[in-house]
Ligand binder design. Structure first.
Ligand SMILES: [Zn+2]
Ligand SMILES: [Zn+2]
Length: 388
């Protein structure tokens, strides 16, 4: 009989567990018995949420790119909006230098320089102006080239995720233009245009001619700048002397000399207002052209180096990565679009015979570049190459 309460207790515990298990099974059964349409919608919602962040290639680079995406978007937007402002700035600054050259310097050159120097300055200066204006206008107005949007049989290396069109070799998507660009180099805010297959030469020749023009102004105007700087310093001393005149009494309030101090009157100014403007213009011109010569000169040398290698700015990064990747496998990567230094320049400038060095390089020329930008001489690209 003493065992009776223990058996009863065990029996009660078993019944309790059985009841809980039954209730849990009922709950599970109720979930499964949700209406089919609700289950489908729930599954669709879960799939949709997962698809927002799921990527089989997700890594730290993808996460960083995703985090930086708003910054890139803002930069693209600002560049697009301020494009016309940058173009206006180039036009205004260049025009101001031309104004100083024609109004201030040319009369002085004609009246004081010898005939050979006059011929040099007029000849070289005007050639340089024509080259700058022509290439800038063509770089702005020439479309860089876009791949076809209709169905075609042209070879391609990848598909643009944004345009959803096949991308030929050397084509890249520009976020600012919101289009794929053939042989894209970069988007230039100073042109408010992409630099691509059809306007790359105009862009480079503009950079080169503007650099040459700035170097020419900087070297030619060096002595004028030194003189003007000295004159400006003398203006300051003259102003200080003027402000040092003793003024007392009512003169202190109204700013005129007292009657007894007429012998201390300021001497007549050595420089007229026109002289001051001239000297300040010379200083402005020299500082601006020297600064641009250094900054743009560096950019021009960089692009000249890329052209010598048969690369664009974007391909430079891709080729560097590919070179490193191949080096790890003890292999050497060779750029398939590098035809040799001289040939690269000939292809880039469109030089097909000797006379073209004069007619197409030294003189303004609107000839089309070699090829159509869709297919390239070394096509098809090797299979192990990264899509570009
Ligand atoms: Zn695209
Ligand atoms: Zn662009």
């Amino acid at each position: 009989m003493p065992r009776c309460p223990t058996v009863l207790l065990v029996l009660l515990r078993w019944m309790h567990m059985h009841l809980w298990a039954r209730r849990w099974r009922c709950r599970a059964g109720n979930n499964n018995r949700l209406p089919l349409c609700v289950q489908q919608r729930w599954a669709y919602f879960r799939l949709m949420v997962r698809s927002l962040y799921y990527n089989s290639l997700t890594g730290s680079d993808v996460i960083m790119d995703s985090l930086m995406e708003p910054v890139f978007w803002m930069v693209d937007l600002m560049t697009r909006w301020f494009g016309p402002v940058f173009v206006g700035l180039v036009v205004v600054l260049t025009s101001s230098i031309l104004l100083i050259a024609y109004v201030g310097l040319l009369p002085m050159v004609l009246s004081t320089y010898s005939l050979p120097w006059i011929a040099w300055h007029i000849g070289y200066g005007h050639w340089n102006i024509v080259m700058i204006v022509f290439h800038y206008y063509k770089a702005i107005r020439t479309a860089p080239g876009y791949p076809p949007r209709v169905k075609n049989d042209l070879p391609f290396v990848s598909v643009c995720k944004k345009c959803i069109i096949p991308k030929p070799a050397r084509t890249h998507h520009c976020g600012i233009c919101n289009a794929c660009v053939l042989k894209m180099d970069h988007h230039c805010p100073w042109l408010n245009n992409c630099v691509g297959h059809f306007n790359h030469r105009y862009f480079f020749c503009f950079c080169l001619s503007l650099t040459l023009g700035c170097v020419y102004c900087s070297i030619s105007g060096r002595n004028l700048f030194i003189d003007a700087y000295g004159a400006i310093e003398r203006f300051k001393h003259t102003d200080l002397e003027k402000s040092g005149i003793p003024v007392t009494g009512i003169g202190l309030l109204i700013g005129i000399l007292p009657p007894g101090q007429s012998t201390y009157q300021t001497p007549a100014p050595l420089y007229t207002f026109r002289d001051k403007i001239f000297h300040k213009s010379i200083i402005y011109m020299w500082v601006l052209t020297s600064t641009v010569a250094v900054a743009l000169g560096g950019l021009t040398i960089w692009h000249a180096m890329l052209i010598s290698r048969g690369e664009t700015s974007i391909e430079r990064h891709i080729n560097n990565k590919e070179t490193e990747r191949k080096a790890k496998r003890c292999k050497v990567y060779k750029n398939p679009f590098n035809y040799g230094r001289l040939n690269n320049w000939k292809v880039f400038l469109g030089v097909e015979k000797r006379s073209h060095w004069l007619t197409r390089v030294l003189l303004p020329s609107g000839h089309a570049p070699s090829g159509n930008g869709l297919t390239w001489d070394l096509y098809p690209i090797r299979k192990d190459m990264m899509p570009v």
